[in-house]
Design a protein around this ligand. Structure first.
Ligand SMILES: [Ca+2]
Ligand SMILES: [Ca+2]
Length: 354
C-alpha cells in the first residue's frame, strides 16, 4: 500500500513539475547576469497573451485556490491565510468579490503587488496575473501604495499577521507593508517576474521600490529584502501549481519559480551557482502528512547528506548516504529546515511534518 501511495505521489509530483513546455527557455541557455534577464524578458513577453482585467477573477479559480492549508477550495489570499491555524475568514470564488468593505472579511479584490499608479493602470500590467493577486479588499486598501518591507514596530497588523509600519532594514525608513514569512518568497519572485517582464518600461516608472534602471530595477535597500525573502522562503508546491495555472491562462511563465537559481545569477552573482548546476529537489508532499520524507532528485548528482534542523538552526538528525531519491521515516512534528548537500552544492528547504 505504501509503495503504491509513494508511486502515486511520485507520478503526481512529476506531473506537476513537468509542465514547462519543451524548449521554452532555450534562448536563455548559457546566459547569466542582465543578459539572462533580457533573454527571459523576450521569452515571457513573446508568449504573453494578455487578458482583460475582469478575466483575472476567472484565472484565480485555478491559480489561487486553497488546496494546501484548509484545503477547502476557497480563495488563497496571502494577506489573510494563516498557515498554522484556521483563517479568520474565507472567500468563495466569484460570489465574494468586492463590493464594499467595512473591515477585514468583507470581500476580496485584485491586489497589484506593484501599485497600478506606478504604471498608470496601463495594459498589460494591470491584468497580469503573475503579480496581480486576490486579497482581502480591506487589507489591500491598508497596504495602499506602500513598498513591501520589514516592520519591527507595526502601527497595524492584519488577522494573519501582515504588518504596516516603518521599514526596519537599512537604507529606508518610510512606511512599508510586511507579509507573513510563508509568502515572502512568493511575493519576491512575483516582483522579480515584474522587473523582468517590464524591463523595457520600468526605468521610467517612479516608486521607492524602484531605482529608475532597466537592469537592476530595484532600489538597493529593497533588492536586499527581496533576496533575503527569496532565499529564506524557497519555491513551494503552491507556487509551482500557480505558475502552471497562470501559464494556462495567459501563456507565459514566471522563470524564477521554474529556475529559482536564476535570481542569484541575475541580481546576486557572488552567491550564484553556475548555470549548469541547477538545483532541483522536490519534496512531496509538503506539508508531510504521514511522517515519511519523500525527496525526488532531478539533478544528475547524488544527495550525500541531509541535515534536519529546527527553526533555531539546531541539528536534529543527520542522514549520510549517497542516493538519488529518498523515503525517510521521520519521528518529528512541526516545522523544520532541511540542508540537502550534494557534491555540487547545498540547498535549503523548509518542511512541515503534520
Ligand atoms: Ca485558507
Ligand atoms: Ca512561500
Amino acid at each position: 500500500m505504501m509503495k503504491k501511495l509513494a508511486l502515486l505521489l511520485l507520478i503526481i509530483s512529476f506531473h506537476l513539475q513537468a509542465q514547462i513546455p519543451a524548449g521554452y527557455y532555450d534562448n536563455a541557455q548559457g546566459l547569466s547576469g542582465y543578459q539572462l534577464k533580457t533573454a527571459l524578458k523576450n521569452i515571457i513577453t513573446n508568449s504573453h497573451n494578455p487578458h482583460s482585467y475582469s478575466d483575472l477573477y476567472t484565472c484565480y479559480q485555478t491559480s489561487d485556490t486553497d488546496n494546501y492549508y484548509e484545503n477547502d477550495g476557497t480563495v488563497l489570499d496571502m494577506y489573510s491565510e494563516k498557515p498554522n491555524g484556521p483563517d479568520a475568514y474565507e472567500y468563495h470564488h466569484i460570489s465574494d468579490k468586492c463590493g464594499n468593505y467595512s473591515g477585514e472579511g468583507s470581500c476580496y479584490n485584485r491586489e497589484h503587488l506593484v501599485p497600478q499608479s506606478v504604471f498608470g493602470s496601463a495594459a498589460p500590467m494591470k491584468s497580469d496575473a503573475h503579480f496581480v493577486v486576490p486579497t482581502d479588499g480591506y487589507v489591500n486598501n491598508r497596504r495602499s501604495n506602500y513598498p513591501f518591507g520589514e516592520v519591527s514596530n507595526p502601527t497595524w497588523t492584519s488577522t494573519n499577521g501582515s504588518k504596516l509600519g516603518h521599514n526596519s532594514t537599512s537604507g529606508y525608513n518610510g512606511i512599508v507593508f510586511e507579509p507573513i514569512d510563508e509568502f515572502k518568497g512568493d511575493i519576491a519572485r512575483m516582483l522579480f517576474y515584474f522587473a523582468t517582464r517590464y524591463e523595457d518600461q520600468v526605468a521610467g516608472w517612479d516608486h521607492d521600490m524602484l531605482n529608475h534602471t532597466s537592469n537592476q530595477v530595484f532600489s538597493n535597500w529593497f533588492l536586499n529584502i527581496l533576496l533575503q525573502w527569496h532565499y529564506n522562503d524557497p519555491v513551494s508546491q503552491r507556487e509551482i501549481d500557480r505558475n502552471n495555472a497562470v501559464y494556462n491562462f495567459q501563456g507565459n511563465r514566471n522563470p524564477y519559480i521554474d529556475h529559482p537559481e536564476w535570481v542569484a545569477q541575475i541580481w546576486d552573482p557572488t552567491n550564484a551557482t553556475p548555470n549548469n548546476k541547477t538545483n532541483k529537489w522536490v519534496i512531496y508532499p509538503n506539508p508531510i502528512p504521514d511522517h515519511v520524507l519523500h525527496i525526488k532528485n532531478l539533478n544528475q548528482d547524488k544527495i550525500q547528506e541531509i541535515d534536519i534542523m529546527d527553526l533555531s538552526g539546531k541539528k536534529i538528525q543527520i542522514v549520510q548516504k549517497n542516493f538519488k531519491n529518498i523515503h525517510l521515516p521521520l519521528e518529528l512534528q512541526g516545522m523544520y529546515i532541511l540542508l540537502i548537500k550534494s557534491q555540487e552544492n547545498t540547498s535549503v528547504k523548509k518542511i512541515i511534518v503534520e
